[in-house]
Design a protein around this ligand. Structure first.
Ligand SMILES: *Cc1c(COP(=O)(O)O)cnc(C)c1O
Length: 397
């Protein structure tokens, strides 16, 4: 075990994935599951609790749990952050974090090009609480600056890689704009993972992940996290305590185990995704492939600057529209039709019937999600098996 903090900073992400945070006890190699709702109220816990200090070891989840803490330390180390918090889901992490900064009349500047659940809670609930949700295209830096200039803004919020168009946000430029106008910068970096990108290094204040996806990686739970400076994380902890979206210790134990193989899973599935993207691009039944590692991608240059790894997500458009796309999905044998992403198994879905089902066809196409648009999350199956699966499914069209 490497325990010296200075030595730890120099370690690679594979080593951090395995060792950071892992908290042995009583000679156990792995972090035990502290499956308890409460703790003996000793002097230390009592004093911390009475002083309102964060993470008083008196009550689980909403206050403190050592199993959860192991995951938090692992995420903080991988992100190069001072500290982190875990939550029951990605949405709990997003809502609890945003609520810490936004009250009645406060403005958040963000983009419509976000995870559907995030736009949903902003439009359906944050607006209801009198929060000024102001949308701009975050790829238009001038528009972002104008929005920040126009009215005092508490939060600038975006995603590193968007779903399903896989557009890349210019994180260093956005962080600099937020700083210039005194807004807190927050990014949901779920699609990039801490292996490919550390937004805090680019100047972002906080980075959020849905642990449900690549970080846990086994499609067996929901979870979320936020990482940043201790002072800020401690404030968000108060909201976690108040709102209660806490992670269960059994869930934390599974996340910790999943994260130990994060780097190797992410790198292997990216390698396969890149090969598939190349192969699909030359397939006669495919109209277009969208993958940040392809030179044909609009953000290819930016992605090389921001990401160390083009990721496991591949989007493409099938000739013949949604019906042909659906037919192809129904013919896939190795990849499964399901929403979600980032698991060991490849998953395939069509936004028109899933994430964008509530959109009109015109709005969807105008947003760049063409008829026949397919989203593919590359898992750990062999490339040849996935390629052959696509080949046979496409040959039926
Ligand atoms: C899935 C996802 C979320 C929501 O996470 P849950 O764990 O399902 O609550 C948020 N952001 C992104 C980018 C996601 O992919």
């Amino acid at each position: 075990m490497v325990s010296n903090a200075n030595d730890k900073k120099k370690l690679g992400k594979g080593t951090k994935s395995v060792h950071s945070g892992t908290s042995p006890s009583e000679n156990s190699l792995n972090t035990p599951v502290y499956q308890t709702s409460t703790f003996y109220l000793d002097d230390k816990g009592y004093k911390m609790w009475m002083a309102g200090e964060p993470r008083a070891p008196v009550y689980s989840g909403r206050y403190y749990n050592p199993t959860n803490r192991a995951v938090e330390r692992k995420i903080a180390d991988l992100e190069g952050a001072e500290d982190a918090l875990v939550f029951s889901s990605g949405m709990a992490a997003i809502c609890t974090t945003l609520i810490n900064f936004l009250g009645q009349g406060d403005r958040i500047v963000t983009t419509r090009n976000l995870y559907g659940g995030t736009v949903g809670v902003l439009d359906q609930d944050f607006v209801r609480f009198g929060i000024d949700v102001h949308y701009v295209d975050v790829r238009d830096l001038e528009a972002v600056e104008n929005a920040l200039k126009e009215k005092e803004t508490k939060v600038l919020y975006c995603e590193t890689v968007t779903n399903p168009l896989l557009e890349i946000s210019d994180l260093p430029a956005l962080a600099a704009l937020a700083k210039k106008y005194g807004a807190v910068s927050i990014v949901d970096s779920t699609f990039a993972t801490p292996i490919s990108c550390n937004p805090i290094e680019y100047g972002f204040d906080l980075v959020i992940h849905s642990l449900t996806k690549m970080l846990n990686g086994h499609s067996d739970l929901l979870g979320g996290t936020v990482a940043g400076k201790t002072k800020v994380i401690d404030k968000i902890w108060e909201k976690l305590r108040n709102f209660g979206g806490s992670m269960d210790p059994h869930q934390a134990s599974l996340v910790e185990r999943g994260m130990k193989t994060l780097q190797i899973r992410y790198e292997r599935s990216t390698e396969t995704a890149a090969k598939l993207a190349n192969w699909l691009e030359s397939h006669p039944k495919i109209k277009k492939v969208i993958y940040p590692g392809l030179e044909s991608h609009d953000d290819y240059e930016l992605s090389k600057k921001i990401l160390s790894n083009s990721g496991n997500m591949v989007s493409f458009v099938v000739n013949g529209g949604d019906d042909e796309g659906r037919k192809m999905l129904n013919n896939m044998n190795v990849a499964s039709q399901a929403i979600s992403l980032g698991g060991v198994e490849s998953l395939i879905s069509m936004p028109y019937a899933t994430t964008h089902a509530s959109w009109t066809q015109e709005a969807r196409v105008a947003a760049g999600i063409d008829l026949g648009f397919v989203r593919f999350s590359t898992g750990l199956e062999d490339f040849d098996d996935l390629k052959n699966d696509f080949d046979q499914a496409l040959s039926s069209l």
